[in-house]
Each structure stands twice: as structure tokens, then as C-alpha cells.
Design a binder for this molecule. Structure first.
Ligand SMILES: *Cc1c(COP(=O)(O)O)cnc(C)c1O
Length: 486
């Protein structure tokens, strides 16, 4: 039924209806449009919908109710980590002294903000096991790129810049890894994972050579598996004259447990907007700080936030710096949330995050492994992958399973990534979900596995309960309809 609630606001419009009633204006006004150049003025009035205040409220509430968010339900959303971000961190970020300052203010007038960033750097040194941090990069991918520019500066400084041209990347890597390496001017060489889903030491050895600039790795990797040979891997890469880059976008599994520094990595980035409490649905804003070992510190971006005596200063005095990679100091608001999160959790709280994230993932994996193929049998860290191969033999694809989950009130997990697992379904429950929620999700996944056996056609139709069913994704991307036309 099309009620006025489901009609578009343009269709509800009645000429002359207003959402407000203000008294007649009795002060002199000033016609701003008269100041505009003629060619910029409208020829006709804008065709705005004319509705009452209540219609307007219902319009926005109806739109909000169509949204799915972490506050409405569970996200089994793999590497994007749409985890719950405690609201206290939002409150802190909205404090006047943080929100209403300007990056061009004299540092003497923003000592509190500089202290926060300095202290956050100190905390992130502990989280990563690195010696120095830059908060400048505004995303994980930008951190990767900045980190690889540091690799480059280091090899150039050693006179090996023209020779070390290749970055090694495992086939399970996040797509930004090879992309960042290419943007930084490197050749990318892929390393095949072994049957355990981890980097094969032999494959790595045969790929290393005088052209190796470094290896990019994430640990646990994107299959949620810990690279058990990491110490040996670090040794052989270093012996070959290469450096190790740690993609720390999802730090949920290692907080307070191990550090990239201890594992032997030279450069790391974190995604504060994934693991450290900034909601990032829709793509932003982000913060991808990088950390480096002492010998790479001279290359970090400037300005650097430092403490001299009792004063916090911005220091640009580094001859070997790769320069500035982002305006001002990066995304300050994201840094405030990360700082508030780290300080309110404390060291023990962060360890608990890792323990709960890993426990929740292993619990779901154990509950689902009877019903879906689990290509890797060992315990997982914060996430794990299933394969929909068994279901594919019945004519149901992983995409169908993901769509059916929407009918059961869940967001869909990441599918078809990592690329090395056929019909891949990637699940990351995160640390904040109650056991009851995990059980509801597992029950839905098991019910879907039964539906695959009994009525596979149903799954091709899913989602059955949503206002938008399946879109032609190519048309939606290439020819998006973003303007209402009568
Ligand atoms: C999200 C992610 C990235 C990229 O981070 P952005 O902030 O989106 O640029 C890199 N690596 C991994 C493993 C990720 O999950």
C-alpha cells in the first residue's frame, strides 16, 4: 500500500504548504541574490517539496528507519570492522576545546590539543612496539603509501634506491597493499600462500633477491590466521636487505598480546577508524598513523609533534623527511576518539578486547563449521573464512547466502574476499557482541544452510523482505539515478 509515509516527499508536495509559520518580517532586509553575478542566478525558483512540519519529520524518520547501522543490528562484516564505538568517545570528540580550534592557531594557544596528539603517539608506540609515530596519514591506504615512501627513502639513503624496486605481497593481502606499492612506484610481486593459508617460507625465499625493497604483511592475515613463521620470515627478508611492512588495519586480535615491533616489522600502520573507535560507515573520516623503528625515524613526515621542556612544539627540522603527506596534522577528531578509547579502556581493557574478539570468532567458527566448508582448520584470531562450495553444488552462490541474511535482520558479511578462497564468506564478529547475538546469527546461517537443501530457488530471490531487492549493480554504478524526476 502506498501511504503518505511511503510516498516520496516530492509526491507529497502541495503548492503553498509550509513547515513553519513566522511572523511578518518588519526589519529591513538585504537581497543577497542581487549581489550574485547574473549568470549564476536561477532562472526559475527551485522545485522544493512543500510539506508541513509533521510530514517533514515523518519523511526524515522514515529515511532513518530504512538505514541499517551498528545500533540497529549485527554486522558480521569482515575486514571493514564495523565494530561498536563507545559513545563516550563521541562526547569527548565534541568537547568545545577540541572541536572549535583551528589548525593554524599559534601552537602556544592549542597546547592541550598538541599534548593529546603527543600522548596518543606515546600510547601507539606501546600498541605497535615501534619507536616513533606520525599521526598524519588520513587512511590505512595513505599510511601504506607513506610507509613505502619511507622504504624508498631508506634504500636511496643506502645507495640502493635504483636497485630495490620490488615489493612482495602475499596473495591473501588486502587490495590496498599492491595498489599502494604501485602508487609508490614499486613493482609488485605476489607470494602464494601455502595450504595452511599462511606465507610459505620456501616461496618467499625464492622470491627474495637484490631487487627486493620489502615485504608487506598483515598478521593475523586476512584469513584471520596468525603467521606462525613470522620471526623466520622477518629474518630472511632482513638478510636479503629488504624491510617489513605491517598492515595493522585491524588490530583487534593483537592489542596487548603481541606487537609488530616484536615480530620484526620495520614500519606499521594502524586504522584508528577501524580498531580505535571512529564510526566509518560510508567511507570516512579516517586516521592511519604510521610507526617506525628508530633507524627509519628521520624519514617520518613533518611537522612532528614533540615535547621540548614543558612545551609541545611542531618540528619540521628533519633533512631526510619524506615531507608532508596530509594537510595540518591528519584527522584530529579521529585521533581524539582513539585517545579517549585507549585511555578509557586502559591496558587491561585493550587486552580484553583482543581476547573477546578472538573468542567470539572461534565460537562462531565452531558453530558453523558443520554446515559450511571451513578451508582452514586451525584456531582463528579475530576473523575467519568459510567457503560456500558445498552450497554451490546445490546451485546456491555465496552472494545468495549474503542476500538471505538481510531477510533475517543481519548485515551481510564480506564475500568473495580474500580472493584465494572459492565462494568465500568472511566473518568478523568483533568483541562487543553478546553470546545471544552470536547465537542468533549462527542460527540464521544454519537455517540458510537448510534452505539450500530444501528450497534453493528461495535463495535466488532473496532478499524477500527489503524495499530494494537485487539491483543491477553495473547499471547502479554506471548510470546512477540521483535526481528525482517527475
Ligand atoms: C581497510 C583495510 C585497509 C585500508 O584502509 P583504508 O583506511 O580503507 O584506506 C588496508 N588493509 C586492511 C587489511 C584493511 O582491512
Amino acid at each position: 500500500m502506498t501511504t503518505s509515509n511511503t510516498k516520496m516527499i516530492f509526491e507529497q508536495s502541495k503548492s503553498g504548504r509550509r513547515a513553519y509559520s513566522l511572523p511578518e518580517n518588519d526589519v529591513e532586509t538585504f537581497d543577497l541574490t542581487a549581489q550574485l553575478p547574473k549568470h549564476l542566478s536561477r532562472k526559475n525558483a527551485a522545485e522544493l517539496p512543500e510539506v508541513s512540519e509533521l510530514q517533514l519529520m515523518r519523511h526524515y524518520t522514515a529515511l532513518a528507519n530504512k538505514n541499517f547501522g551498528i545500533e540497529t543490528g549485527f554486522y558480521p562484516l569482515g575486514s571493514c570492522t564495523m565494530k561498536y564505538n563507545p559513545k563516550v568517545n563521541e562526547d569527548i570528540a565534541r568537547m568545545d576545546g577540541f572541536m572549535n580550534i583551528h589548525p593554524l592557531q599559534d601552537p602556544a594557544t592549542v597546547q592541550g590539543a598538541l599534548k593529546l596528539m603527543y600522548d596518543l603517539q606515546e600510547d601507539l608506540k606501546q600498541v605497535t612496539g615501534m619507536d616513533d609515530i606520525s599521526l598524519q596519514p588520513a587512511a590505512g591506504a595513505q599510511g601504506e603509501w607513506a610507509g613505502l615512501l619511507i622504504f624508498k627513502a631508506y634504500h636511496e639513503k643506502n645507495g640502493e634506491g635504483s636497485q630495490r624496486k620490488t615489493i612482495l605481497v602475499p596473495d591473501s593481502a588486502h587490495g590496498t597493499n599492491p595498489a599502494s606499492a604501485a602508487v609508490a612506484g614499486y613493482n609488485v610481486r605476489e607470494i602464494k600462500s601455502n595450504e595452511n593459508g599462511t606465507v610459505g617460507v620456501e616461496a618467499l625465499k625464492s622470491a627474495l633477491g637484490p631487487d627486493t625493497a620489502g615485504l608487506m604483511l598483515t598478521n593475523p592475515n586476512t584469513l584471520g590466521l596468525f603467521e606462525v613463521d613470522i620471526v623466520e620470515i622477518a629474518e630472511i627478508v632482513h638478510e636479503a636487505g629488504g624491510l617489513l611492512y605491517y598492515d595493522g588495519a585491524n588490530a583487534n586480535a593483537i592489542l596487548g598480546k603481541s606487537t609488530p615491533g616484536e615480530m620484526g616489522f620495520d614500519v606499521v600502520h594502524l586504522n584508528l577508524h577501524k580498531s580505535f573507535s571512529t564510526p566509518h560507515g560510508g567511507g570516512g573520516p579516517g586516521s592511519g598513523p604510521i610507526g617506525v623503528k628508530k633507524y627509519l625515524s628521520p624519514f617520518l613526515p613533518v611537522p612532528r609533534i614533540e615535547k621540548q621542556e614543558e612545551e609541545y612544539v611542531l618540528n619540521t627540522d628533519y633533512a631526510d623527511t619524506i615531507g608532508r603527506v596530509k594537510g595540518y596534522f591528519g584527522n584530529f577528531g579521529v585521533n581524539v576518539r582513539a585517545y579517549a578509547y585507549i585511555r578509557s579502556m586502559g591496558a587491561e581493557g585493550l587486552q580484553q578486547v583482543s581476547e573477546d574478539a578472538v573468542l567470539n570468532a572461534n565460537y562462531l567458527k565452531a558453530r558453523l563449521s558443520k554446515y559450511y566448508d571451513t578451508p582452514y582448520k586451525q584456531h582463528c584470531k579475530h576473523e575467519f573464512v568459510l567457503s560456500g562450495l558445498r552450497q554451490k553444488r546445490k546451485g546456491v552462490r555465496t552472494l545468495d547466502i549474503a542476500k538471505r541474511l538481510l531477510d533475517y535482520g543481519f548485515y551481510a558479511p564480506t564475500v568473495y574476499f580474500p580472493l584465494i578462497v572459492e565462494e568465500c564468506i568472511m566473518i568478523e564478529p568483533t568483541e562487543t557482541e553478546a553470546k545471544e547475538t552470536l547465537d542468533e546469527f549462527a542460527d540464521a546461517m544454519i537455517k540458510i544452510a537448510e534452505e539450500v537443501e530444501e528450497q534453493p530457488e528461495l535463495l535466488h530471490e532473496a532478499p524477500l523482505t527489503k524495499s530494494v531487492r537485487r539491483l543491477d549493480e553495473v547499471v547502479a554504478a554506471r548510470k546512477p539515478k540521483v535526481i528525482y524526476q517527475k
